[in-house]
Design a protein around this ligand. Structure first.
Ligand code: 5RP
Length: 228
């Protein structure tokens, strides 16, 4: 299977998972990126079962609306039973690095509200230790240089993502050269730097379910199936 075929397979599995686990007229959270795009295209097939969706980015909002799926402002919504999104890396505790597409802050907000986070990945994203993928950090523009110096003290090299402004009007610093032994501690330490909006470690709010595309088909991994 090509990588796109794997993304298509997990997207279809996610659509079936959503259909089986939501009541009628639910609102679900929808992530950002190429895997999420496959999911949005699949979601169109069950859109009559949904009241609509909350989008984690402008790109996702446009794609959902293109399929005739109503998009709600998160402030209008109290319950999100499910949030479906991809990741750049995921470990066996279902902690992730996200933000390759720069939507990390809105993704983290929608994930915080959602009851269940369903992550969609192909096998290349599953790692023993997070950190090979550069960790995105969203930064208020005037704090760019200061935050870069503070991130260097945590042991990585921060590079500015060129020609990129987030949906929130901020910059992204990508932190290279990390091997993240304690994702919760690093997520907290980076969030404490003044000028950081958020960072792409999803450790305090990890995924609940991983739909993992493999050559043998889509596997479902949950915290219950992880060996302790
Ligand atoms: C966007 C994200 C994406 O979920 C992540 O980058 C994975 O994207 P893709 O499915 O294209 O590999 O966090 O901000």
């Amino acid at each position: 299977m090509t990588q796109d075929e794997q993304k298509q397979a997990v997207a279809r599995a996610a659509r079936d998972h959503v259909a089986a686990n939501i009541g009628t007229h639910a609102i679900i959270g929808v992530g950002t990126g190429s895997t999420a795009n496959f999911f949005i295209d699949e979601l169109a097939a069950i859109k009559d079962r949904l009241a609509g969706a909350v989008a984690s980015s402008e790109a996702t909002r446009v794609r959902l609306q293109g399929h005739g799926i109503r998009v709600f402002d998160l402030n209008e919504v109290e319950d999100l039973p499910i949030y479906v999104d991809g990741a750049d890396e995921i470990d066996m505790s279902l902690m992730m690095i996200k933000g390759g597409g720069g939507a990390l802050t809105r993704e983290k907000i929608v994930a915080a509200v959602a009851k269940t986070f369903v992550c969609l990945c192909d096998q290349s994203k599953l790692v023993q230790t997070l950190g090979r993928f550069p960790l995105p950090v969203e930064v208020i523009p005037m704090a760019r240089a200061y935050v870069g110096r503070e991130l260097a003290k945590l042991g990585g090299q921060a590079t500015l993502r060129e020609n990129f402004i987030t949906d929130n009007g901020n910059l992204i610093l990508d932190l290279h050269g990390l091997s993240i032994a304690d994702p919760v501690a690093l997520e907290t330490a980076i969030d404490r730097i003044v000028g950081v909006v958020t960072n792409g470690l999803f450790a305090r709010r990890a995924a609940d379910i991983l739909l993992l595309a493999t050559a043998a088909g889509v596997k479902t991994v949950t915290s219950a199936t992880i060996p302790s």
